[in-house]
Design a protein around this ligand. Structure first.
Ligand SMILES: [Zn+2]
Length: 243
């Protein structure tokens, strides 16, 4: 580091000698840990685009972040919930400490560490999930969400900010791109939840309380999965038009 002595670090990636260092940003977490983020300049590594055969549709879900057109759900693992319980416990302890006392400061650091762990676990989960999808599918179709509009708007404040769906999508996007694959964004006004994914008929309305999608054609499906399949089909259509 300029104007400083040599600092011991833990590197998370190997650095190629061909890369050119552009900048270093040092930050400090509330827990007291330091992080340095390195920006390098390197050759464009984006892969050649290739034909898409395996498609996946994803629908955002309030519980468990998202649902796939395969019928699977991406829920946070149980051991992440345990950290949340621990955080609540440590916060309760903090509220009983006298403000400004030595114990208070100690406890505050414990709470900060808990927050940091939850953040890291969440990021780890999002990285692993997006990496797996980018590996297994050629094209992933998602709703082009207006995140700001959604948090306060008609959509019941889907909790977008809480589980970092937007961050997950950006991870997914660059991971697909690196492999020459596609993230297809479907128009956010596309009626993904109202259309029957089997016969294509569109309902006039569907209340948020209706968790199952029923159709005259005999289709009975979880509403989120029905929406995910519609998003996939719409993505396929857009892809075919652009190709
Ligand atoms: Zn139908």
């Amino acid at each position: 580091m300029p104007k400083m002595t040599v600092i011991r670090t833990k590197l998370h990636r190997s650095i190629s000698e061909k890369w050119k260092l552009k900048s270093v940003t040092v930050s400090r977490e509330p827990s007291g840990k330091y992080f340095a983020s390195f920006l390098f300049c390197c050759e464009n590594q984006t892969a050649e685009k290739r034909p898409a055969e395996k498609f996946l549709g994803i629908d955002f879900a309030m519980h468990g972040m998202c649902v796939f057109s395969t019928g699977e759900r991406a829920g946070y693992p149980m051991f992440y919930r345990n950290t949340e319980k621990k955080l609540a416990r440590e916060q309760r302890k903090l509220s009983r400490c006298q403000r400004g006392s030595r114990n208070y400061e100690k406890q505050k650091k414990r709470v900060a560490l808990c927050h940091e762990k939850i953040r890291n676990q969440r990021k780890d989960f999002q990285h692993k999930l997006s990496a797996g999808l980018a590996k297994n599918y050629d094209a992933v179709c998602v709703e082009d969400l207006n995140l700001k509009g959604m948090a306060g708007g008609l959509h019941f404040g889907k909790g977008v900010h809480d589980n970092g769906y937007g961050l997950f999508l950006s991870m997914l996007e660059y991971k697909l791109e690196e492999r020459g694959k596609y993230l297809i964004k479907v128009d956010r006004y596309f009626a993904s939840s109202k259309i029957c994914s089997v016969c294509g008929k569109k309902k006039a309305g569907l209340s948020l309380a209706e968790r199952l999608y029923y159709c005259e054609c005999g289709n009975r499906m979880d509403r989120d999965i029905n929406a995910a399949v519609n998003i996939m089909n719409e993505g396929k259509r857009i892809f075919a038009e652009c190709a």
